[in-house]
Design a protein around this ligand. Structure first.
Ligand SMILES: Nc1nc2c(ncn2[C@@H]2O[C@H](COP(=O)(O)OP(=O)(O)OP(=O)(O)O)[C@@H](O)[C@H]2O)c(=O)[nH]1
Length: 157
């Protein structure tokens, strides 16, 4: 419920890529389908941060190659509760977001749902902004959420 109105998100949760299949991770089909992207890495896992960087670059490339797609992107550093295991600084995350024209949040999905809620509220605002500025003509069809970069590598922790 946002501003007294029900909002329905369709989320296309990408699978975690092996390096060799990275090119297929976010496909042109997904790009056309999505109204916005949430790219997630773990602040405890530097390799997931590198994958997030590659994903952001890929999304930008595909968008440039495509039509006038202006779907907003938000970069999320997850597992903020695990400060003692931090491997990626907040500054690095913020810089990457700045350099790719993305929003940025650090959250802990495990602690409460509030962080994720803030991310999706922001994404909704950005999608609405891009629509009202006439850069995006279609409705909310979905969100590609690339969560796999966060969890795919260290499932035993
Ligand atoms: N400490 C901590 N653990 C988390 C957090 N978010 C997720 N986890 C843990 O990370 C592990 C993987 O989480 P999942 O929700 O399965 O991740 P996923 O994105 O579905 O993973 P894939 O199926 O590989 O795409 C689980 O053990 C979660 O409890 C967090 O913010 N903090």
């Amino acid at each position: 419920m946002v501003g007294g109105r029900d909002v329905c998100f369709s989320i296309w949760d990408s699978t975690c890529p092996q390096a060799a299949e990275l090119q297929g991770w976010v496909s042109e089909k997904q790009l056309r389908w999505a109204d916005g992207f949430v790219v997630v890495y773990s602040i405890c896992d530097r390799s997931s941060f590198h994958l997030a960087r590659q994903q952001l670059q890929r999304i930008r490339q595909l968008k440039r190659r495509g039509s006038s797609e202006k779907a907003p992107v938000i970069l999320v550093g997850n597992k903020r509760d695990l400060q003692h295991r931090r491997a990626v600084s907040s500054e690095e995350g913020r810089l990457l977001a700045l350099s790719t024209n993305s929003g940025f949040f650090e959250i802990s999905a495990a602690e409460t749902y509030h962080g994720a809620l803030v991310v999706f509220h922001e994404l909704l605002d950005l999608v609405r902004d891009s629509r009202s500025s006439g850069k995006k003509a279609v409705g909310i069809r979905g969100i590609v959420r690339t969560m796999s970069a966060v969890f795919g590598r260290r499932r035993t922790e």
